[in-house]
Write a new protein. Sequence first.
Length: 213
Amino acid sequence: MSNWDANGSQLDKNLTGILAYVSRHARHRPKPTLEDALKWHEDLMHGLEIPSKDCPPGIAAADMVGRFRGIAPLGMLQVEIGDYFGVRADLVPAQLKVFEQELRRRVDLLDAQINPRLQIGSRFTTGKQLNDILKLCAWVHAEWIRIHPFANGNGRTARIWANYIAIRYGLQPFVQLRPRPGPAYEAAAAAAMGGYWERTYWVFLRMYAEYNK
């Protein structure tokens, strides 16, 4: 059984299934919810081993999946990524609520501007529409990275969020889920941990252009 941090056939299978589900789901433009991310996380970790060393005392491996930090049994779980910390555990629930509300506000604005009949590969009326979509992909990704609501798998879930937004508005899922897209992406994720999402936009702009060559 593969480690929940490692690349492998089970993880590839999980991600393929999630992306297929997102591709079907997002095109109908439902309101995005935190429950979506909980489902993705459960599906992401299916069949993967969670080493005992990764589980805080008194917390079972099963409790590390499909649950947000700041809520029992992960009420006190802090996460650290290099020189950065995710949002303090007790603040995660409130910040996730703000995230969900702001995401819904932003998709409502884009929904009003972009025809839902657009299909993947359609030419957008203006370059501004494309930029607005990529900015929302970048914002949702960066905010998820900043909060780091899960014990593990936050980067993968953030990339699923970005592709969810892309597909919602007729783009191909241009953000590679695994392995991580590369050094420029890593630098943008570090900036996101510090609260700066704009760098992710420039990285996504280049990634989208490369994907569509």
